[in-house]
Design a protein around this ligand. Structure first.
Ligand code: HEC
Ligand code: HEC
Ligand code: HEC
Ligand code: HEC
Ligand code: HEC
Ligand code: HEC
Length: 407
């Protein structure tokens, strides 16, 4: 009995060691940080192993060896270099025709990391191709083994094989025991006896704890998924004219909210992007992973673009895409995004939920007066920074005055 518990512990320990080893050997420290930067700032336009909206980034370290200073200023602020008439920058822009976005807040360390990540993925994909491995490093943004379904299939197969071996061993033991008993002319082994023994093994406390833990965690995850599903139906989630996904754009490709909702930092309204903003990328990205060409074609139908020729259709009568508005305060209430996002330092997610995980956006908060007031009672004012020792709240600054929110 004790031995089998021991064996299980050792097995689990080895297995978790294998896991952490697998994870850490795949992602070196700074490349891991670089992967985050890549996903948030670059993946929307670049792939490592092939061109997309921007050029392929694999091999970029070699291309700019000895010219790192230029490379760093380019990554930090390409538009500035292009506008200043830097010959290399202008040539690139003329070749590709889309302005790369500026990343003025990016530190040298961020750039070091992202370049290290690009190099690592590039080398890995090169070796994979040389080995004849067809899959390679793919888009370069999928290094975590835990994210991949194959990992779970493998895990499942492993468990199945282990169970089979256990069964086989049981059968062998039973046969041996029966043989010995037959020789010593004892009663042969009965099925009920095997059952009893198996049961006493299962009753072992460690095994029971392990199994109940698995069931509990599994159940909890399901429950969370289920309760999330419920809240989706509570929020307003109208069907939109194009199956645009925040999960894909803001989540997987990490495009900044402000890239499309450019009003948030400077005006009352966040603004819904115009079709021109979509075209910055979709002039070249003409197919999606889920709907193929169908949904992206709707952008072209609105703006008048011929994807086969890669040209705008002359004299086309453009139509706006009629997005259905989800959030709407009554006219008598005043709300200002810039004040909350810039001055108040609030994240979009505080009020809108985890939009980057939503396939279709829905209204996450109630937007009732009570909701505004509750936060104003509790939220400390950030503009005062460290000079806010008394922890002044928005309420203390007059945030509950009727006239602040009502015309
Ligand atoms: C909005 C799209 C976009 C984003 C986001 C973007 N790029 Fe670019 N990038 C481009 C385009 C387009 C070009 C080609 C030059 C041009 O037209 O401006 C380019 C060119 C480059 C080049 C020069 C390539 C060469 O062959 O010389 C490098 C290096 C580069 N990008 C790195 C990055 C990195 C690193 C990031 C993330 C921090 C990034 N880019 C984010 C669109 C983008
Ligand atoms: C590539 C462009 C793009 C990016 C990036 C983007 N959005 Fe959007 N967003 C849209 C479009 C288009 C709509 C209108 C269609 C819809 O509701 O899905 C929209 C709608 C919304 C709405 C609902 C607006 C309404 O009608 O009331 C919210 C809230 C929102 N976005 C928040 C965010 C947040 C938060 C982020 C960053 C995590 C983000 N968006 C990133 C394009 C974008
Ligand atoms: C910064 C670049 C960028 C911008 C801006 C952008 N997209 Fe995309 N879009 C992408 C990328 C990347 C993909 C995925 C391509 C892939 O994975 O093959 C995509 C895919 C799509 C798809 C296909 C989804 C699928 O699963 O088939 C649709 C539809 C789409 N975008 C609509 C829009 C609309 C509408 C806008 C403007 C509001 C927009 N996009 C703006 C980069 C962008
Ligand atoms: C303090 C809460 C709060 C924060 C933080 C916030 N929003 Fe909003 N958002 C609202 C409210 C309230 C509305 C409805 C406004 C109205 O109807 O006038 C709204 C509406 C919107 C809309 C609908 C269209 C429009 O022009 O108003 C978009 C898009 C949006 N928000 C995006 C964002 C993004 C992106 C961020 C983060 C950069 C953000 N919001 C941060 C509360 C917030
Ligand atoms: C999650 C917290 C939060 C929510 C929800 C919220 N606010 Fe605010 N609000 C703030 C913060 C923080 C500030 C202070 C910004 C600053 O430092 O000036 C603020 C400031 C304001 C101001 C300016 C007050 C002044 O002193 O001039 C107005 C007006 C306002 N909010 C309206 C609203 C309305 C209307 C709603 C609901 C639709 C709302 N807010 C929801 C956090 C919130
Ligand atoms: C922080 C912002 C804020 C402050 C402060 C505020 N309100 Fe409101 N109020 C709102 C918002 C947002 C709505 C709309 C909510 C809705 O439609 O559910 C609203 C709705 C109302 C309504 C209409 C209710 C309805 O059912 O249409 C009245 C009346 C009202 N407020 C009175 C007041 C009075 C009186 C004060 C001062 C004691 C006050 N409000 C302070 C944000 C505020």
């Amino acid at each position: 009995m004790l031995r089998s518990a021991h064996f299980l512990k050792i097995f689990i320990l080895t297995f978790s060691l294998m896991l952490s080893w697998g994870g850490s050997s795949l992602i070196a420290q700074d490349a891991a940080a670089g992967q985050k930067v890549f996903r948030s700032y670059c993946a929307a336009c670049h792939k490592i192993d092939r061109a997309m909206t921007g050029p392929q980034l694999g091999g970029i370290n070699e291309k700019y060896a000895g010219d790192e200073e230029w490379l760093y200023s380019w990554i930090r602020n390409a538009p500035e270099l292009i506008n200043a008439g830097d010959p290399k920058a202008v040539a690139l822009f003329e070749e590709w025709g889309t302005m790369m976005q500026a990343n003025p807040t990016m530190t040298d360390a961020d750039i070091d990391n992202v370049l290290a990540y690009i190099q690592q993925e590039w080398v890995a994909s090169q070796t994979a191709t040389a080995d004849g491995g067809a899959t390679g490093a793919g888009g370069g943004d999928q290094a975590n083994p835990l994210d991949q379904p194959q990992f779970y299939y493998a895990l499942f197969a492993l468990v199945a094989v282990l169970l089979l071996i256990t069964l086989l061993l049981l059968v062998i033991t039973a046969t041996l025991v029966s043989a010995v008993r037959a020789k010593e002319e004892q009663e042969p082994l009965r099925l009920s006896e095997i059952q009893k023994r198996t049961w006493s093994l299962l009753k072992n406390r460690f095994v029971i704890t392990a199994i109940s833990l698995i069931v509990l965690v599994g159940g909890l995850t399901k429950w969370v998924e289920w309760s999330r599903g419920i809240s989706i139906h509570q929020g307003y989630m109208p069907e939109q004219p194009i199956k645009y996904s925040h999960k894909l754009h803001a989540g997987e490709y990490g495009i900044e909210c402000e890239y499309c909702h450019s009003g948030v930092t400077k005006s009352k309204n966040a603004w819904i992007p115009s079709t021109n903003v979509c075209m910055n990328c979709h002039k070249l990205i003409q197919e999606g992973p889920k709907y193929g060409k169908e949904e992206i074609q709707k952008i072209y139908d609105a703006i008048g673009f011929d994807p086969a020729k890669g040209q705008y259709i002359e004299g086309y009568e453009q139509k706006a895409v009629e997005w259905v508005r989800i959030h709407n305060l009554p006219d008598h209430a005043y709300f200002n995004h810039a004040q909350h996002v810039v001055v108040g330092g609030l994240e979009c997610q505080t009020c809108h939920g985890e939009v980057q995980e939503m396939e279709v956006v829905y209204q996450y908060s109630t937007l009732s007066m009570g909701w505004c007031i509750n936060c104003h009672r509790e939220e400390k004012v950030k503009t005062l920074g460290k000079e806010n020792p008394e922890g002044l709240t928005v309420e203390d600054m007059g945030g509950l005055d009727c006239a602040r929110c009502h015309y």
